[in-house]
Design a binder for this molecule. Sequence first.
Ligand code: CP
Length: 317
Amino acid sequence: MRHFTSITQLGDIKQAVEKALYVKANPFADQELGRNRTLLMIFFNSSLRTRLSTQKAAMNLGMNVIVLDVNQGAWKLETERGVIMDGDKPEHLLEAIPVMGSYCDMIGVRSFARFENRNDDYTELILNQFIQYSGKPVFSMETATVHPLQTFADIITIEEFKKKERPKVVMTWAPHPKSLPQAVPNSFAEGINMTDYEFVITHPHGYELDPKFTGNATIEYDQDKAFEGADFIYAKNWSAYEAENYGKVLSMDRSWTVDARKMALTNNAYFMHCLPVRRNMIVTDDVIESPQSIVIQEAANRVVSAQTIIKEILLGL
Ligand code: CP
C-alpha cells in the first residue's frame, strides 16, 4: 500500500481486522520496520485522538515523528492557484508540500471540509495535492470527505464486542450546534458496507448522505424504529450534503439525542461515538457513562488502526 485514503483499500475486512488484532497483541513486534524513518503529521484542523494515537502508533513501529499544526506557528498557506498573493498568506501550498515531503518518509494529513465548494471538498483537493506534489506516501487523518482510520478502529471494536456473527449496526444522526463534515459517517457507511452486518442509517429528512458511501444501507427516518433490536448504536452529527444546503445545520432537534429510553428499544446495544462528543446534544450523560458505552475502547483502538496502516505503508517503501 502506498497511499491510504479510503477504508475500501482494506479489501477483505476480516483479514484486515485479523492483521490489526495481531498488531494489538504484539505492539512492539515491528520496532525495526520504522527505524530511521520519519512520519510527518500535518494538521490543518484540531485533534486529540488522531494526533496522539497516530504518533503512538508510529513510535510503536520505531519511527521518528514530526507534527506541524499549520495554523499555529507555520506560515499561513494559500491553497488556490492563480491568486495574487498580496494578502495575509505568505506561502503557497504548492511549494510547502514538496518542502515538507523532503523532510520525511510518509505524511499524514488532516484537512476538513471547508464547505465553500462541495466539488472541491468531494474531490479531496488538499489531500490530492499532497499525493501529487509531496513525492511521499500520504494517508488521511480525516480529510474533507473521509476518516478511514476512525472507521477501521470502529470495525475492530465492533468485531471485539459483537455477540453474534451478523450484528445489527445503526448509525444515527444526532443534533449539534455547528456544521460538521460528513467524513466520519461517509467512511463508517462505506466500511460497514464491506461487512456482512445488518446496517441501518437513521436521520431526519434533509440529511441524506452521498449514496456513493451509503450504498445499499437501509435508510430509516423513524429513529425509534431504527433502534429496535440494534446491537450497536453509532451516533454522529453531520451537516447537510445535498447541493442546495451543503454544509448547513438544518435541525437542532434534541428529540434525536440518544437517551436511555431509546437505548431500551435496542438489543442491549453498545453505544459508540468517534469523540469528541457534545453531551446532552448527541448523547445523554447516563448513556455515555453506562456499561454499554464503549467509546473509550473505540478511541483506544485508534492506535491499533493507525499502526496497522502505517505498518502496511512501511512494508511498501
Ligand atoms: N475521532 C477523532 O478523530 O478525534 P480527534 O478529532 O480528536 O482526532
